[in-house]
Structure formats: structure tokens, C-alpha cells
Design a protein around this ligand. Structure first.
Ligand code: BGC
Length: 733
């Protein structure tokens, strides 16, 4: 009797259970595996809804509150992604609520923003970061940027930029990690780790985006958006490695470039986007076009109209269309006409949804609504900003130990347009940084020399133009001082996107000012703030010492003053070569050997650049022992250990970075003169010795790619190169 009751009861309950199950579809069930959730959701979506996921929309041109308020109403709840310009988590949640509650399926919107070197707490520009050779610090800085972003409503950054850059006329050199593929790879991985954390679903992780895939930095003449002629060999040797490393590190997304790669634009290139990225590297996230780069196929002469542009970009492997609406307008029709198979649409949508699921957006679409004081400028973030700025600054020149300043200095002239500047110190792509929070060089000096020396300030001149009316006051300041610190350089708008310059020299007025100040007969210390390597011209010979501070971000003042006073010891080294003149471009350390090594130099100037990649001085001295190898020959399946003992032979503690290069003098495909394979930065107390080690792994360090990206490992002689040493070893079969 009881059994019958139970059975009857259970049967009555069955429909209720079924309804309850229906009420929570698989895609909304946190416990279901992500791939099942994606398939379940996809099955429920109409073609129109799918295409909406591939559309990225943007707010108006700025973060003005009215603009945002108006745009919020215009945001369609079904939109896939939004370039999110507000810093207000409340807005983010309001917009997200539209998507979650007003769209049929409640798919969260992915909010993207250019967090390039910090969000509100602005760090040094990426080019500077590379000069720190400190990947841990870079990871920490990116993690702070990610947290500030997430707390402000951003889920996705369009960073890192890993375009190996060798033409400094191109303004975007500021945004990447310099001229070397290995350095770009290392910092790419460091930043992806920082942004994405251990897991994309961690509360403060944001998705990274490797950009601009690929070859963009070869734009002809450094002119932005132009044709880039990239041979397959160069593509594989120079441009692919950072992307491959980033994909292996789990970067969620990539951005396809504006550039035309040898005839097939980057945003419609099936070889790079599908063959390599999706098939060979098995990337399972998605590709977003650059701003309007789908539509740009028309002026590039690759598509006759927007419809053809949509077809070509989509079929090549661009899943999300940034802001030009070409996909929403055309994909449906293209599917109807059977030019685009539904399976491709499904694959694209799955990739986008996968990142949203991995970020945990379906389960936790809203962010905490904390006040700004709890989101930005936290003491630990500021400490990282200061440390990274310090380590990225490079002492280029120090004649007669002009630096650090002697303790006898009682009056310091601080001259130049950078001294009290806060806007340009941030550099381009400053995220949501605000100039009033930037510590100027002047403020740093005030703190550093408080009660120790008098500061005599004069602006002298502006960054450009011909106005010399400030020269006289500057000379007076110089005359009454013991030393003259001249702070000059570039405005932030001179680098970044669409910021090409025909010369990498500073405007003549700046050199003229220094020449004028020479009359005072005092030592001249040049502090340079810029977003690219510069042609220094006479600025170099007119200065006793030069400190390159790049665009150091929010906390640059203290490190500049500390390095000049000697409280801090410089440890940055160049991640990009300073050519002697603009005409020397391209000059980078890993060029190939010439057919006639002793000929072919410039007739009118020296052929050597001014400061090579890897250059950077310290206030202490480091002495290297002879390199020791565990053997003079080894086999392809073995490893070789190299060691060098470095001694801090000076009187100060300092940090040294050992750069390990490999040279392969003869190969079936010619090799660069030398290639960086490993680096390590360590602190050494005065008098301390440390052993730096590099384990040579033949496949990783001695092989090279061919024009198809297939790696070859050839037996024969190689050289290991550090500083001025070169040691031969043999690789046997
Ligand atoms: C730039 C990208 C940037 C995007 C979104 C484009 O113009 O080339 O680097 O991420 O805009 O702001």
C-alpha cells in the first residue's frame, strides 16, 4: 500500500521536476561543462542573434557622462560586445542588466577597452616596460590594471601589442616591447599572465587580446595603416614568435591588423587567421577586427563593397567586427545566398561565447559597485608603478660620472618643457589616467632634495615651435646653479596610433635651448621623456649625462629624482636600438650579415647606431667571468649548460641583466648575426658574486623556422655570445 502511494506521488511529481529542469536550461547551469553550455545555447539562438554576437559596438567618442547616458539607451541588449568608455561600474551593471533581462536569451555583453599600460593607475609605456627586463613586475602591473578595469566594468583589454618594431618613425613603437621577437614573446606572456590571472574566471581577471595580428609594424616608411611587405621567412622568424607564445600562454583573443600583408590584408587573411592560428596553433578563442578594418578592405582594394568585405573577413577567420557594422548588415544575406555556411557562423559564435563563459560572465554578469577610492591608486599598485618606472629608465651616457649628483650640489637648475609636465608623462593610450594624479619631475625633485638643495626652475621653451623668449630666464637659472638638469622630449600625441614622424629627432628648439644653456659652463644632465628611440644629434654631445625615462606614467617623478640624486641605481637597458640618424632606419641588433661586411656602410655618417639594443649604464660596475660550458659539443637530444659569474665590483648595490645570444654562422637559411635566447635580471650587493645560468635546449634555442614555419635543427658550430664574449660549441647529430 505504502509503496503504491510513493510511486503515485513520484509520478505526480515528475512533470514538476521536468518543468524545473526546463526552467534552468543547460547553458544557464553553472555546473554544466562550458562546451555543453555553449552547444545548448547555440541551439536556441536564431541566426540574427548569432550575428549580433559578432558585432562590437562603441559608445560615443568620449567618456562624457551625457554621451554615455544617451548611448546607454541606444545599446541593443543582444549586442555581442561594447567598447566601454565609462569608468562607472553602475553604468556597466545597467547596460548588462539590459542584456541579461531584456534580451531573449540573456547573453552577457563583453565590455572591451584599451587598457594598454594601466587603467587609472598609469604605468610606463610598454616600450619602457621592456627596458626593465623585469617580467615579474610587468605581470604585477598588468594584474593591477586588470583589477582596476574589472572593478570599473571592463572584461577585456585590447592588449598586449606585440608587433616587433624596428622603424621608430611608426608611432606605435611606444605600445610594444621593442625590436626583438624574444623580448616581445617574454613580455607578451608576462602581460597575458597578469591580465588573465591563473584563470579567466578569477574575479579580477580580464581577457587579453594579442594585437595587431600580424606584420603591422612593417608599414611602409613607418606610415601608419600602410602596406607592409612581409616575406614568409621574416613573418615566421620575427613576427610570429610573440603571437605563438601568447597563444600558448592562453591569450583569449587576437586582433587582426589594418595592414595589407604582401597583398592579402591582415583582416582578411585566411593563411594567418585560419591556417596558422586556428588550425596549426589550435586557438579556440576568437579574433576581433581592428577598428573598422573590415570596412577598410574597400579602400585597400580588396573588397568592392561592404558585403564583399564582410564575406572576405569572415571567411578568413575574423569572428567579431569592431564598430563598422559590416557584419550585422551583411552576414544574414550572405548565409541566405549560401556564400557563408551556417557551420562557420556557429563556429564563430561558439568562440565568442566560449570566452564569455570562461570569464564567468553568464554566472556573474555584474560587478561590485565600489567607490573610486577603493578601486584606484592602491598603495601596492602605486609601489609597482614606481618600481617599474625606476627599472625601465636607462642611463644612456655618464661622462666623468656626472651622475649621481655630488652631495656638494646646493643649487639645481631644472629646465625644460618636461619639468612640470603631467600630461605627456603618461604617454599615449593612457587608459583612464588623469594628468592631475601624475607626479611630475618637479614634484619628485622637491621631495628628493627637500632641505638639501635649492631648485631653480625655468621652462625655457615648449616642445616645438620657435619661441625662444624663455631662453634667457633658463640661462639665469643655470648660471646660479651647480648643475643643470634639462628635461625634454616628446609630447604624448607624437606617438601611438596615427602618429608617424618623418624624423625621430626632437624639434630644433630643444637642441637650441641646450646649446644656449652651455654658456653657463655647468654640467648638463639631459632627462629624456619620449615614446620612441630618438635621433639625438647634438643633444648627445652637449650633455654630460643622459637619462632616458620614457613616458613613465603616474609615478615617474620620484624615480627620476632618486636616480639623479643617487638614492637609486639605474638598471634599465634598451629594448630598442637608438639609431644615429633617422636615415639609418632600419637598424636593429639582429640584422643579417652583409655580403661584404666591411663595405656598404654610409658614406656620410657612421654606420654604427648611437646606442645598441641592450645598452644601459649603472652607477656600479659588473665584471663577467669567462663563460663556462658544460661541454664543447653536444647532441640534438641533449642540453648544454652555460654559466657566467658576475661580480659587482663597484661600491653600490645594483641590478644586472645578462643577455644570452646565440649566433649560427652557417645554415641552410641564413641567420641573423646573433639572436637573443634568454635573459635574467638579478640584484647584486656591492662586492657580491652571482652565477647566471642558461640551459641551451637545441630545439628551442638553436633551431630556426623556414618560410612555412617548419623548424629546422642543423648540426654544426654555434656561438654563445654575452657582452664582449663569444664561445664556440658544436651541435652533433
Ligand atoms: C587601434 C587598436 C585599438 C582599437 C580600439 C584601433 O584604432 O588600432 O589598437 O585597440 O582602435 O580602440
Amino acid at each position: 500500500m505504502n509503496m503504491i502511494k510513493i510511486l503515485l506521488g513520484t509520478m505526480l511529481l515528475l512533470p514538476v521536476i521536468a518543468v524545473a529542469q526546463q526552467a534552468v536550461p543547460v547553458y544557464k547551469n553553472k555546473k554544466s561543462p562550458i562546451e555543453l553550455r555553449i552547444s545548448d545555447l547555440l541551439k536556441r539562438m536564431t541566426l540574427e542573434e548569432k550575428i549580433m554576437q559578432m558585432n562590437q559596438w562603441t559608445y560615443g567618442k568620449n567618456a562624457n557622462a551625457n554621451n554615455i547616458e544617451a548611448s546607454k539607451n541606444a545599446v541593443k541588449p543582444e549586442i555581442g560586445s561594447l567598447i566601454y568608455r565609462s569608468i562607472n561600474p553602475v553604468y556597466r551593471n545597467e547596460i548588462m542588466r539590459k542584456a541579461m533581462e531584456e534580451s531573449r536569451l540573456g547573453i552577457p555583453i563583453l565590455m572591451g577597452f584599451d587598457v594598454i599600460h594601466g587603467y587609472r593607475t598609469v604605468y610606463p609605456i610598454p616600450l619602457a616596460q621592456a627596458c626593465s627586463w623585469n617580467k615579474t613586475l610587468v605581470t604585477q602591473a598588468c594584474a593591477v590594471a586588470a583589477k582596476e578595469s574589472r572593478l570599473s566594468g571592463v572584461d577585456w583589454t585590447f592588449a598586449p601589442m606585440i608587433d616587433v618594431a624596428r622603424d621608430a618613425r611608426w608611432g606605435r613603437v611606444a605600445e610594444g616591447y621593442g625590436e626583438d621577437p624574444y623580448v616581445n614573446s617574454v613580455f607578451c606572456v608576462a602581460s597575458v599572465k597578469g591580465y588573465q590571472g591563473k584563470n579567466l574566471s578569477d574575479p579580477y581577471s580580464i581577457a587579453a587580446c594579442l594585437k595587431h595580428y600580424i606584420g603591422y609594424s612593417l608599414s611602409e616608411g613607418g606610415r601608419d595603416y600602410r602596406y607592409s611587405d612581409v616575406s614568409a621567412q621574416t613573418m615566421w622568424e620575427t613576427f610570429m614568435p610573440p603571437y605563438e607564445s601568447g597563444v600558448k600562454a592562453g591569450a583569449a583573443t587576437l586582433m587582426s591588423g589594418f595592414n595589407d600583408i604582401s597583398g592579402i590584408p591582415a583582416s582578411a587573411n585566411p593563411y594567418t587567421l585560419t591556417e596558422i592560428l586556428k588550425k596549426r596553433w589550435k586557438h579556440d578563442g576568437f579574433v576581433v577586427s581592428d577598428w573598422g578594418s573590415v570596412e577598410n578592405l574597400i579602400p585597400q582594394g580588396f573588397a568592392k563593397d561592404r558585403k564583399e568585405a564582410a564575406l572576405k573577413s569572415f571567411m578568413a577567420g575574423v569572428e567579431m567586427d569592431m564598430v563598422d557594422n559590416v557584419y550585422v548588415e551583411n552576414l544574414q544575406q550572405l548565409v541566405k545566398e549560401k556564400k557563408i555556411p551556417l557551420a562557420n557562423i556557429d563556429d564563430a559564435v561558439k568562440r565568442i561565447l566560449r570566452i564569455k563563459f570562461r570569464l564567468g560572465l553568464f554566472d556573474k554578469p555584474y560587478v561590485e559597485e565600489l567607490p573610486e577610492v577603493e578601486r584606484y591608486y592602491q598603495p601596492e599598485s602605486m609601489a609597482i608603478a614606481q618600481q617599474l618606472a625606476e627599472e625601465s629608465m636607462v642611463l644612456l651616457k655618464n661622462t666623468n660620472q656626472a651622475l649621481p649628483l655630488s652631495k656638494d650640489v646646493k643649487q639645481i637648475a631644472l629646465i625644460g618643457p618636461m619639468v612640470k609636465d603631467s600630461v605627456n608623462m603618461m604617454g599615449s593610450w593612457e587608459g583612464q589616467g588623469i594628468a592631475t594624479s601624475v607626479e611630475t619631475i618637479f614634484a619628485g625633485f622637491e621631495k628628493e632634495f627637500n632641505g638639501k638643495a635649492i631648485l631653480n626652475y625655468a621652462k625655457g621653451c615648449h616642445f616645438e615651435g620657435t619661441d625662444e623668449t624663455g631662453f634667457e630666464a633658463a640661462l639665469e637659472a643655470a648660471q646660479k646653479s651647480d648643475v643643470v638638469i634639462v628635461c625634454m622630449g616628446e609630447m604624448k600625441k607624437w606617438s601611438g596610433e596615427n602618429a608617424t614622424r618623418s624624423t625621430i629627432a626632437l624639434p630644433a628648439i630643444q637642441e637650441k635651448l641646450i646649446r644656449y644653456l652651455k654658456k653657463a659652463g655647468k654640467p648638463i644632465i639631459l632627462v629624456l621623456s619620449n615614446g620612441r628611440p630618438l635621433e639625438l644629434g647634438e643633444l648627445d654631445s652637449l650633455s654630460d649625462a643622459i637619462l632616458e625615462i620614457w613616458q613613465p606614467g603616474i609615478a615617474g617623478g620620484t624615480p627620476v629624482a632618486g636616480l639623479i640624486s643617487g638614492r637609486l641605481n639605474p638598471s634599465g637597458k634598451l629594448a630598442i636600438t637608438f639609431p644615429l640618424t633617422t636615415g639609418q632606419i632600419p637598424t636593429y641588433y639582429n640584422m643579417r650579415q652583409s655580403a661584404r661586411p666591411k663595405q656598404g656602410g654610409y658614406q656620410d655618417i657612421a654606420t654604427e647606431p648611437k646606442y645598441w639594443f641592450g645598452h644601459g649604464l649603472s652607477y656600479t660596475t659588473f665584471t663577467y667571468s669567462k663563460i663556462k660550458l658544460s661541454d664543447s659539443s653536444f647532441k640534438k637530444n641533449q642540453k648544454l649548460m652555460a654559466e657566467v659569474e658576475v661580480t659587482n665590483t663597484g661600491l653600490r648595490d645594483g641590478k644586472e641583466t645578462v643577455l644570452w645570444f646565440i649566433a649560427d654562422p652557417v645554415a641552410s637559411i641564413t641567420r641573423p648575426m646573433k639572436e637573443l635566447k634568454f635573459f635574467e635580471k638579478l640584484e647584486l650587493k656591492a662586492g657580491e658574486k652571482k652565477t647566471f645560468k642558461f640551459e641551451i635546449d637545441p630545439m628551442r634555442d638553436l633551431s630556426f623556422p623556414d618560410a612555412n614555419g617548419i623548424r629546422h635543427l642543423e648540426s654544426g658550430d654555434y656561438y654563445l655570445v654575452i657582452q664582449n664574449q663569444k664561445i664556440k660549441f658544436e651541435l652533433m647529430d
